[in-house]
Design a protein. Structure first.
Length: 376
């Protein structure tokens, strides 16, 4: 029973582990396995996840959201802030943390609206928050796990990465604003009531300050000003000493998924027949193959797999970021919102799934058309 529950909760990790083990039958373990693991990606990813878990436990993001919402006076402004929190927040705190923080927050906020307005807005807003988190996160190397990995592999500067994804981010923002206006056209003049009271939690300012400093250290490691080992050691030691319980909230399954895929991809690269076949498929079609692969494996595994067989890393960055749109599993972060809907509004799961899929496909088609036009 426990195994069944684990497989259901950690499907991607389970699949990655099975693939890694199967690949070992074709390439028996040897000293070359040590070269498969990208320690830099794992160390920085762990450090960032730990810091974000700490700040989230201190209610930092919740307070930021409430401060912004306190300035809203209409339903349209409310929706723009809720969606904007996910879009801009994901650039810094990652798409997963953004949705884990702001989707539950949205249910609390919308509960203060009139019943008809709340019923009309909840499903569309959560749907667009999910899309916003996946699209906003594509701008920065730290916005999502595959960006962090591909950025390190590409050798790009921070400016080059930002310029690569900036055109798609701008169009995404315009689409989200247009959507918000369309959805709220009947409620745009409605004033919102007072925000629900904030949970009675006391933030530890020393821990918040420590996490902010550690975040700055991690950014220096991301842009390779500091060795990644320094950032990892600083985060681990400081967290153990000052905020040990935060370590329980780190997504270790994601780290293990990376390790399993590193082993699987490393072994595939040593099988000439498969390596040649995948390289032939990818040649000149990196963006489209990455988008399609993301639909069935999600964009993080797609990035890990395809990066081993092409040097066109910039194309993979575009493809796996746009590929986060589409199916419910194209970006695993999307499942966070779906689980929230299933728990809060179980009778609306079907409606949410239909709207989510349709909206994602529309956004994906438009952004792929943009890619075709600008050619990068």
């Amino acid at each position: 029973m426990k195994l069944k529950r684990f497989l259901k909760q950690e499907t991607v990790l389970s699949v990655a582990a099975v693939l890694a083990v199967l690949s070992m039958f074709f390439v028996p373990p040897d000293a070359d396995y040590l070269g498969y693991i990208d320690l830099r990606t794992l160390a920085i990813l762990f450090s960032l996840m730990t810091i974000m878990a700490g700040l989230r436990r201190q209610g930092v993001f919740d307070r930021m959201g409430r401060a912004l919402l306190a300035r809203t006076g209409s339903t349209l402004q409310l929706v723009l802030v809720l969606v904007g929190l996910c879009f801009f927040g994901s650039m810094i705190i990652t798409n997963d943390v953004s949705l884990l923080t702001f989707v539950p927050f949205t249910f609390v906020v919308l509960s203060g609206l009139a019943p008809d307005t709340r019923r009309a807005l909840t499903i569309p807003v959560v749907c667009m928050q999910t899309i916003a988190a996946n699209l906003g996160s594509m701008l920065t190397p730290i916005g999502n796990p595959q960006n962090l990995y591909l950025y390190g592999k590409s050798g790009m500067s921070m400016a080059e990465f930002l310029l690569l994804m900036f055109p798609y981010t701008v169009v995404s923002l315009l689409l989200l604003v247009g959507w918000a206006v369309m959805v709220c056209r009947k409620q745009a003049s409605s004033c919102i009531g007072a925000l629900p009271e904030q949970p009675n939690t006391t933030a530890d300012r020393k821990i918040i300050l420590l996490d902010v400093v550690l975040f700055a250290v991690c950014l220096l490691a991301v842009v390779q000003v500091l060795p990644y080992g320094v950032a990892f050691a600083a985060v681990l030691v400081c967290t153990l000493c000052a905020d040990r319980s935060t370590l329980r909230n780190v997504d270790y399954s994601l780290l293990l998924t990376f390790v399993a895929f590193f082993v699987f991809i490393g072994n595939l690269g040593r099988i000439p027949a498969f390596s040649g076949w995948l390289q032939a498929i990818l040649a000149g079609r990196e963006v489209l193959v990455a988008v399609l692969a993301s639909q069935v494996t999600s964009n993080v595994p797609a990035a890990l797999l395809l990066s081993g067989f092409t040097d066109e890393t910039a194309a993979l960055i575009i493809g796996t970021n746009l590929g986060g749109l589409g199916t419910l599993i194209a970006s695993m972060a999307s499942l966070i919102s779906y689980r929230q809907i299933a728990r809060e509004l179980p009778e609306e799961k079907g409606r949410y799934f239909k709207l989510f899929t349709l909206s994602n496909l529309i956004f994906l088609v438009i952004l792929l058309a943009e890619w075709r036009i600008i050619g990068r």
